[in-house]
Design a protein around this ligand. Structure first.
Ligand SMILES: Cc1cc2nc3c(=O)[nH]c(=O)nc-3n(C[C@H](O)[C@H](O)[C@H](O)COP(=O)(O)OP(=O)(O)OC[C@H]3O[C@@H](n4cnc5c(N)ncnc54)[C@H](O)[C@@H]3O)c2cc1C
Length: 264
């Protein structure tokens, strides 16, 4: 089975204090520690497990600048067979539709049975997977937390997490696009030795011309959703932000819950 997994480089919220930048257009990105989007890491693990069961190839792809090569290499150290970086000045400032259009062009260069995205990434739109499926005219299932694949079958079974802790099982035709929910598996640990093993592997870079994308179709100028402001909302009446170390915040929270009768 040929599997393409879309991975995004995102700020690591466990490692950074996230602040809005001075002109209020984005977060302050200088000096942030980045890593692979958590949902995408689950998607790559799932792809590797499927490949190991039924054979095939796992390719990881990212739209980003040259720094995204690092996360592609990390996912290759995890077990992905190939990495492709989609990078071009024309791609900068794309909205979700632009990102999906770039991924679509790359997907059409291969013959992928299965395309996996994360359910959402750092901008939280949860839009790229669905848009990519629509652009490729392929069936799509979102928030997938279980996959059953049988070698040579034209369909696979996918489980979806739905409201109220309920679970849904679907049969979906191949080729298809799935967005993966966290918790579907236990992503394997990637050690320094694994990273070293893939350090010299070639990661091709495809730009707009390689993908047959006219620069005016993507990027900031083509974005149909334009970010106009970026801010931390004012505290609402009655809201209180607890300050202090984790232990202090926990103690304060317990006291508040006890005082409000929420904890005996
Ligand atoms: C400088 C800058 C300017 C921007 N301007 C705009 C703007 O004007 N309008 C606007 O709407 N957005 C803008 N964005 C946001 C950007 O386009 C989003 O990253 C994009 O819309 C995807 O949204 P998301 O992170 O919510 O992805 P989601 O749709 O939540 O992600 C779902 C999945 O899609 C895949 N995916 C998402 N992004 C990528 C990627 N880059 N490479 C590979 N796979 C990916 C991953 O598998 C991910 O798990 C801007 C971002 C930056 C950094």
């Amino acid at each position: 089975m040929e599997i393409l997994v879309c991975v995004k480089r995102v700020p690591d919220t466990a490692e950074n204090e996230i602040e809005v930048n001075r002109d209020g257009t984005d977060i302050e990105r200088d000096d942030l520690v980045y890593s692979v989007n958590e949902w995408d890491n689950y998607a790559v693990e799932e792809a590797i497990q499927i490949r190991d069961r039924v054979g095939g190839t796992v390719t990881v792809v990212s739209v980003g600048d040259e720094e995204s090569e690092e996360i592609l290499r990390r996912e290759m150290a995890m077990g992905a067979d190939k990495g492709v970086l989609l990078s071009d000045a024309a791609f900068e400032g794309s909205d979700g539709r632009g990102v999906a259009a770039i991924l679509k062009a790359e997907a059409e260069k291969g013959h992928y049975d299965l395309i996996l995205t994360g359910a959402l990434a750092d901008d939280g739109a949860g839009e790229v997977g669905g848009m990519l499926a629509a652009m490729l005219d392929r069936p799509y299932a979102s928030l997938v937390n279980h996959i059953e694949v049988e070698k040579g079958q034209p369909t696979i079974k996918v489980g979806r997490e739905i409201e109220g802790g309920n679970q849904e099982m679907n049969e979906i035709d191949l080729p298809c696009v799935l967005s993966i929910q966290t918790g579907i598996n236990e992503p394997r640990y990637v050690g320094i030795r694994g990273i070293r093993k893939v350090a010299s592997l070639d990661i091709p870079v495809h730009g707009a011309a390689d993908l047959g994308i006219a620069p005016e179709q993507v990027g900031a100028a083509a974005a149909l959703v334009k970010r106009r402001d970026y801010f931390v909302p004012d505290l609402g009446a009655g809201a209180e932000i607890l300050e202090g170390s984790t232990e202090e915040v926990i103690d304060k929270l317990i006291n508040i819950l006890k005082a409000q009768g929420g904890l005996k």
